[in-house]
Each structure stands twice: as structure tokens, then as C-alpha cells.
Design a protein around this ligand. Sequence first.
Ligand SMILES: O=P(O)(O)OC[C@H]1O[C@H](O)[C@H](O)[C@@H](O)[C@@H]1O
Length: 292
Amino acid sequence: MDLRNLSTISVLSDAITVCEYQGLKVLRVSHPQAEAAISLHGGHLICYQPTDEQAVIWLSEKAEFDHQKAIRGGIPVCWPWFGKAAAPSHGFARLSEWHLQEHRENETGVMISLRLEDSDATRTLWPHKFQNLLTFEIGRELRVSLTTTNTDSHHWSYSGALHTYFTVADIRDTLISGMGKHFLDSTQGNIACEGEKELHFSGETDRVYTSPKNPITIHDRRHQRQVQVSNEGHDSAVIWNPWQALSTSMTDMADTSFETMVCVEAAIHEFPVELAPGQSHTLSTQVRVQRN
Ligand SMILES: O=P(O)(O)OC[C@H]1O[C@H](O)[C@H](O)[C@@H](O)[C@@H]1O
């Protein structure tokens, strides 16, 4: 996505502009340390590129910008469940309109916070009151934090993920370390497996790593860089690449675009977080690029 193609609605500050892109409202961040874009539909970060660095976050060239759909790429917020535990898949947060709560900036970067609360529409899908604050800290590094508060009068629990899509030069020349050895293999009916310390890619990969370390490192050998992903408030790391056949079957992915992406997701998967009235929990992911 070329951020210059977004049409300006209003200027919020030196670094933040409210724009329109194919009917969606997008906050464009242009700061000496980094460029980024966040769609209010989904609370979805769709671009992040530190200055003098290649794009870090992957966005499908065929992504559909539509209020009814999730955007393919970026950082979808999967909440209050992960996957097909209920409908819609990955929960309703990535399909909801988020609201700007707060923004700040200084010489190191920009902070933007978005808010999503329960409504009649969310309560028909999930009968609980909540408040979600989603905070983006954008600079040389990226940090995304989802703080969930139970605003209801009864306990409830949730799961989910910050489902980050990373750009790589070539998935066949990429390896991942730090995700631990134990995983559930979604391509084989979620059987428990033990893998190697490094993950190489040669086919569809859809794994829930259940004892991940910090950081998980994406070794992008052709870009001659390492992307370090440090997660908090999670219990698992999901690693996903759909490979050729699945990419071809998806209307919002080009046939070969699996070659330039990999998802490393901070997930609450194994142990749903239970919150008493008034309690909060934060799930976060931090992304740092290091040159070889
Ligand atoms: O197509 P979506 O609903 O966005 O899901 C995309 C992918 O998300 C996760 O990584 C899951 O582990 C995959 O099984 C799923 O295919």
C-alpha cells in the first residue's frame, strides 16, 4: 500500500492524519522514525516501516477493504476467541469499528490508542460487557498492546491473538527460532508434536507452539535482517504460512504471495484468560528489526 494514495480527511497532529481508503477510515502516521497506517475498521495496523528499513508488516496486494470483512495482512486483532471456536472466525473485534481514544508524539515516535466496547451487536455474538484498549507505540520499534477489562457484573473468559503478518524476502530462505519445540499441528488435526529448535518452511505450516520463548526471531536471510518478536500476556505462539494451494483458494491473496509472508502470532490459545468484574489483562507484541 502506498500511503501517499490515501486521501486526507483531517490533520490530527504533525505526525498523524485521518485519511480515507476505499471507504475505510485510516490513521496515517508519518514520523521521522517510522511510517505506519491503522484502519479503524478492525483496529487493524496495516503498514509499519521504520525509516531506512524495508516494510516489516505484510499486507496482501489483494486485501479487501470492506466493513464486512477482515483485512488480509497487517495485525488482525482476534478477539474474544481464536479461530473457529465460534462464529465469526477469530471473533468480532477484527470486524468492528474502533474509536480513537488518545494520541501523543515526541521525537522517539507516536502513541495511538483505540477503544472498542460492547454494543447490542457484540452482545448478540458474545453476551458480556467489556472494554478493549488497543495501544500502538510506533517508532524504531513497534509495540502493540491489547488491554481487556471486564466491565460486566459477572466473570467471563476470552482467548484471541495479535495475528501479525510479517514481510519476508523469500519464505524458502527464512527460518524461525525461539518458538520452543512443542506444538499442536493444525494441519494434522491438532496432534501434539515435538519439532526442532529452528523452523524451516517447505509447505503449509499452521502450528500452535505451546512453550514459546522471548524473543521469537524471524531470520530473513535474503533481506539480511532478523525480526525479533517479544510477546507478553500470551500462552502460545501461532506460526502460519498457507503455502501455494491455500493461497490460491483465498480471494484476498495472490497465488504466490505466500512466498513473502509469515505470521507469528501472540496467542491466548491454551488457557483462556478469566476476568472478574473490574479486572484487566494485557496481551502485547513488540517488534524490533536487527540488521545482520
Ligand atoms: O483466514 P483467517 O480467518 O484470517 O485465518 C487465517 C489463519 O489464522 C491462524 O493463523 C490460524 O492458525 C490458521 O488456521 C488460519 O488459517
